[in-house]
Design a protein around this ligand. Sequence first.
Ligand code: A2G
Length: 440
Amino acid sequence: GIAMLPNLSMANNLGKNSQKLRVAVLGIGERGIMHLNNLIKRNDVDVTAICDVDKARIALAQKNMEKAGQKKAKVFGKNDMDYRNMLALKDVDAVIISTPWLWHTKMAVDSMRAGKYTGLEVSAANTMEECWDLVNVHEETGAHLMILENVNYRQDVLAVLNMVKQNLFGELSHFRCGYQHDLRAVKFNNGKQPYGGGVEFGEKGFSEAHWRTQHSLLRNADVYPTHGLGPVAVMADINRGNRFVSLTSHASKPLGLHNYIVNHPEGGPDHPNAKIKWKQGDVITTTIETAKGETIIVTHDCNLPRPYSLGFRVQGVSGISEFDYHTKRIHIEGKTEGHGWEDMDNYLKEYDHPLWKKYGNHAQGAGHGGMDFFVINAFVESAKENIAPPMDVYDAAAWSAVTPLSELSIENNGAPQDFPDFTRGNWIKRAPYNWIKDTF
Ligand code: A2G
């Protein structure tokens, strides 16, 4: 544990009695175990409680904690509602929630009501009512909520944010982003392992196929907007001098999931799942307008064969950048020669974010190319001081609101839908979080 963190001076910000932050981990699936593994490496955190209804996942968590030399955590999960008994514990300061989407808001609301500093996985909320629940309960209780959007900490994303803050692109005008990830082998498996091997889901599916696939069956909406939109929202100062005003959304027809079932060796045209009519269109395109007059095109593309890409584009009066894992290119007026693209490597080096300069090497092992370290680091550091996190409840609500609003727009032939102002007018005077620093 401690030896792996040579350059971290943890514990210098702790409360008066220099206690460690006592964290409960709620949900220990594929995501929760990654958070647990990162938490137990830190010397400023004690994981005091864990909760999952699956005994095998509890056993895995206990094994990892023992290996890391951690004290035994209290165990919860004897039924679906046992998490509330965990939230009642006095020796829990903060809670990390990585559960199926339909549990997110319920659990986050209960956690804030129990006075816990709450970290909530993406996407935060499924309906407009849930978006408001998060905001209302935060305001009632004063308990903070951080949306755990790891992509906001991706190295290229933070470098481009640095470019934005240093005005490289000039006044901003347009963004593109999205979640473009072939999830067919995530949505279907054989009930034995998390990824692939069959065309089962729901009761017969394992891990995400057990609960996530249902959303493609029942909703024609961008059900997963935050990996793309989170980073763009921060670049555009959303909820802090700017806000999402309205959106329109369109969906292509649903072909991908049916096609996958029919062509899979474990499926075929006579497989019962081949009869299913999927509701979610394969490519969902949403255009958001902001108060400052920018537009943002958000794409949800998860049911067709394709390489992974969040498809970022940042454009302003002085230039443009398009970047994802495969392509990174830029054109800056007065800097880039000619009318073509310039490779972005030099810019990414020059504008590398202070956090990545400081912790980049250490973060590499943390998952998703390192960004998982930074999102947990920001959560822990904010929770230790009990201050508003970098990505707060208003961000969670505004980013997640794309799901119900895109659904309404698609249902109404692309009719515009207004975003509520979750900040109740305060977006005008809320100062942007200082993202360009080397702490969190
Ligand atoms: O695929 C990726 O890891 C996603 N994360 C995650 O959110 C989830 O959808 C997963 C599916 O198993 C990113 O794209 C950053």
